[in-house]
Design a protein around this ligand. Structure first.
Ligand SMILES: Nc1ncnc2c1ncn2[C@@H]1O[C@H](COP(=O)(O)OP(=O)(O)O)[C@@H](O)[C@H]1O
Ligand SMILES: Cc1ncsc1CCOP(=O)(O)O
Ligand SMILES: [Mg+2]
Length: 276
């Protein structure tokens, strides 16, 4: 019974994010990898936010102050891009705006790991990665890697996520079959989704962008925003799969389903439970 009450509370919280996002349409600056730009922008638009893929260091002082949240994703990092990421993260921090870090493929090289550790010093509000990314970041080491894909279950990374949350001060989200969210003490898991979502490149990047949009709605509650965004995105995947034939059509139907989500469905199907 207690669990049922908890599910209902998360359903209504999640619906508040969905409906507020549609009403407020916050501007989200995305400095993201070259693979993810299209799906990320379309995910944000379908959910009601306004995405802007503006990443030149020359534009950050003018543009970043107009945004409601910043998303930084290192998926196709080069030395030329890093200064702009640091400038945007640093300015967001200075202006008291939320910013979200996606350490995509952080275990791929020491260059990427060092860059992510430097970005974490700029105090991201949320860090979202898959199991391997969160373990690599938390241990500050590179080991075996499969690039942007995970070698670990999300449940393998919960302790690493707690430790990273404590050391960084960020909310940490780990995606996978269950999406875990922690502030270092509390842990919740979002149970929506389906394995086929791993076959859509940039689905992880897109959910991180949705987290940034939800955090923009209420920057004082990043824990709630992160869990809700995970659940809502994965629920859109579940609904989209009803019409899809494979990853390519799932990508399209996921975006359509996110756009069409209604209150009854969110209240009934969002499934977030406590693990602590
Ligand atoms: N095995 C799974 N079962 C259900 N949902 C999943 C599964 N794997 C990934 N997802 C969902 O796919 C989305 C992207 O997560 P993931 O594939 O872990 O990210 P990344 O692309 O960064 O590795 C998340 O919304 C997550 O919930
Ligand atoms: C394939 C690939 N290579 C570098 S970034 C990227 C996209 C990864 O996106 P996601 O981690 O969301 O699947
Ligand atoms: Mg992926």
């Amino acid at each position: 019974m207690a669990a049922q009450e908890e599910i209902n509370t998360w359903g209504s919280k999640s619906w508040t994010y969905v409906s507020s996002l549609r009403q407020q349409s916050p501007l989200i600056q995305c400095i993201t990898n070259l693979v993810s730009m299209d799906l990320m922008a379309n995910t944000l638009l379908a959910a009601g936010a306004s995405p802007a893929m503006i990443h030149s260091i020359l534009e950050i002082p003018d543009f970043t102050p107009h945004t409601q949240a910043v998303l930084i994703n290192v998926g196709t990092l080069t030395p030329e891009w890093l200064p702009a990421m640091k400038a945007a993260g640093g300015l967001a921090n200075q202006l008291g705006k939320p910013w979200v870090l996606d350490p995509a493929a952080v275990g791929a090289s020491s260059f990427r790991l060092k860059a992510c550790l430097e970005l974490i010093e700029l105090k991201p509000t949320v860090i979202r990665g898959n199991g391997s990314e969160i373990i690599s970041l938390s241990m500050a080491s590179i080991g075996s890697t499969k690039g942007a894909d995970s070698l670990h279950e999300s449940s393998d990374a919960v302790e690493a996520a707690k430790s990273l949350a404590k050391s960084s001060g960020a909310i940490v989200g780990v995606s996978g079959s269950v999406d875990f969210v922690t502030d270092g003490q509390r842990v919740v898991g979002a149970h929506n989704g389906l394995p086929m979502m791993q076959k859509i490149t940039a689905s992880g990047c897109a959910v991180t962008a949705l987290i940034a949009a939800f955090v923009a709605i209420d920057p004082t509650r990043p824990f709630e925003a992160t869990a809700s965004a995970f659940s809502v995105f994965s629920l859109a995947g579940e609904i989209g799969m009803g019409l899809a034939k494979g990853p390519a059509s799932l990508r399209m139907h996921l975006v359509d389903s996110l756009h069409g989500l209604d209150q009854e469905t969110v209240l009934e199907r969002v499934k977030i439970t406590s693990f602590s």
